[in-house]
Design a protein around this ligand. Structure first.
Ligand SMILES: Cc1ncc(COP(=O)(O)O)c(C=O)c1O
Length: 479
């Protein structure tokens, strides 16, 4: 028998929309959220539940008549929490995941309650204006050309799609081809010269019909950055072909930065489009200590980054900027016959790949206002300091080999096995660390070795977290 208390449908709908009921639901959600944040530091970071256990707990039949809202929220909190990966914990160092700040979460709550459709100015004048202002702030923070266009997208993946759609438009238009009208079949095609790149770049090329065969891999130097001499040779070859050069400003493993100024100089001579993947690395531009790494950034043509990584705002929050606004607009805009034309305003659908969407600009606006320029730079600096301390602390432990010292917030280490099977040993030590519940790292394969990737991207990570993590790794090595 179903233990859930039934609510008659009409009453349920009334309750769901009444202000009194809504306040109790929102209050309850607030209490649950506060309770979660209070306990976060002490929670075992990784779930101990198996997929089947999670299904048994969460996979229930959909009722005919609904369940009272507060009951749903409470049960959800109780049943979901054991299945979460508590990546907001300050000792979580997996992938590149921001912890979320309370301010940004609170602004996101308001955005959800306002439930604005950020498709166009007419749907939400305030959401459009906030995005306009925030876009301007961001260009200024990153030092990008003020005339660049921009869009708020779901993440760096869609930032690549948007930027490369603009690049595809411009490079083919120069060859007398309208890709939006004629498609790609029969076009002169494109080639993409890339060094270190994230998989999302390749998916963007697939989605845009450019295809991954268009990628010409450019040699890298020992530090993982693009070799400009190899790029120069590649640009000379097949020089007639419309060309995009894809750069990494902070790669996932080492946080290495391609030589942006040098590449832009070469690319300009060949009329190639330069796209920069700065999913997290673009934020280095906000810090006096790290800005030199993105020297020449403003000379590129398009830039992709995330706010949900280093700015620590809730998912999903990506950003794209394009120097050639006309190419950007031509690639993305759609005729909206039923739109409300408000002269002199910015309609978001002209610039992003979506139509209806949540007003993700509010959280970014609130985060930037709260932090200010100095706060953003301090967030970047402190994550880099914590990453440096963590890697230095691990290096002092016997049996730890440091493969990449942080340039910014990323590092790589592995664990040496006295019997010589370093890959297996590294995986086992990572498993032990993660099973402890006190810290969490991800494994990856780098230059043929299994390694432990370290990313410090969370505003919550403190010096004590670093000390505590080093102790956890020491214990995992000794067990
Ligand atoms: C360098 C780089 N580019 C792109 C991405 C993809 O970003 P998103 O997950 O926001 O789409 C990531 C994600 O970690 C990344 O590290």
């Amino acid at each position: 028998m179903n233990s859930e208390r039934m609510v008659p449908p009409a009453k349920a709908i009334e309750a769901r929309t009444s202000v009194a009921e809504a306040s109790s639901e929102l209050r309850r959600a607030h209490e649950l959220a506060q309770d979660y944040l209070r306990r976060l530091d002490g929670l075992a970071i990784a779930t101990r539940l198996t997929p089947d256990e999670l299904r048994r707990s969460l996979d229930r039949p959909l009722t005919e008549e609904g369940v009272p809202a507060c009951q749903v929220l409470e049960e959800m909190a109780a049943e979901v929490e054991p299945g979460l990966l508590h990546s907001a914990n300050g000792r979580f160092f997996g992938w590149v995941i921001g912890g979320g700040t309370p301010t940004a979460a609170a602004a996101d709550w308001l955005a959800t309650v306002w439930n604005q459709n950020a498709a166009a100015y007419a749907c939400s004048p305030a959401a459009a204006t906030v995005e306009e202002t925030t876009g301007r702030w961001l260009k200024d923070l990153f030092g990008l050309p003020s005339e660049s266009s921009f869009a708020f997208v779901t993440g760096c993946q869609m930032a690549h799609v948007t930027a490369l759609a603009a690049a595809r438009h411009r490079m083919l238009a120069r060859a007398g081809w309208s890709v939006e009208r004629q498609g790609l079949a029969g076009s002169p095609g494109l080639r993409v010269l890339a060094g270190e790149h994230h998989e999302t770049l390749l998916r963007a090329l697939r989605l845009l019909g450019i295809g991954t065969d268009a990628v010409v891999q450019i040699d890298q130097k020992d530090d993982g950055t693009m070799n400009p001499a190899s790029l120069a040779r590649a640009l000379e070859r097949d020089a007639e072909k419309p060309t995009i050069v894809a750069l990494a400003a902070g790669d996932l493993n080492r946080g290495a930065f391609d030589p942006i100024a040098e590449v832009c100089d070469l690319a300009r001579r060949h009329q190639a489009w330069v796209h920069v993947d700065g999913a997290f690395g673009l934020w280095a531009a906000t810090s006096d200590r790290f800005r030199h790494l993105v020297h020449g950034l403003e000379q590129a043509d398009s830039w992709a980054t995330d706010a949900h990584k280093w700015l620590n705002v809730p998912y999903d929050s990506g950003l794209v900027f394009v120097r050639d606004r006309e190419a950007h607009r031509q690639a993305l805009s759609i005729p909206a016959a039923y739109g409300v034309d408000v002269p002199g305003v910015r309609d978001q659908f002209e610039w992003g790949p979506e139509w209806s969407r949540r007003a993700r600009g509010f959280a970014v606006y609130a985060a930037l206002r709260t932090l200010g320029r100095q706060g953003v730079a301090a967030l970047v600096d402190s994550c880099c300091d914590r990453a440096r301390d963590l890697v230095a602390g691990l290096e002092r432990l016997p049996g730890v080999e440091v493969l990449a010292r942080p340039i910014i917030n990323q590092g790589l280490v592995r664990f040496l096995d006295p019997a010589g099977d370093h890959d297996r040993h590294t995986e086992e030590v990572i498993e032990r660390i993660n099973a402890s519940g006190g810290a969490w790292f991800g494994p990856t394969t780098w230059e043929g070795m299994r390694v432990m990737r370290i990313s410090v991207s969370n505003a919550r990570t403190t010096e004590e977290d670093i000390e505590h993590t080093i102790a956890i790794v020491r214990a995992a090595l000794n067990s």
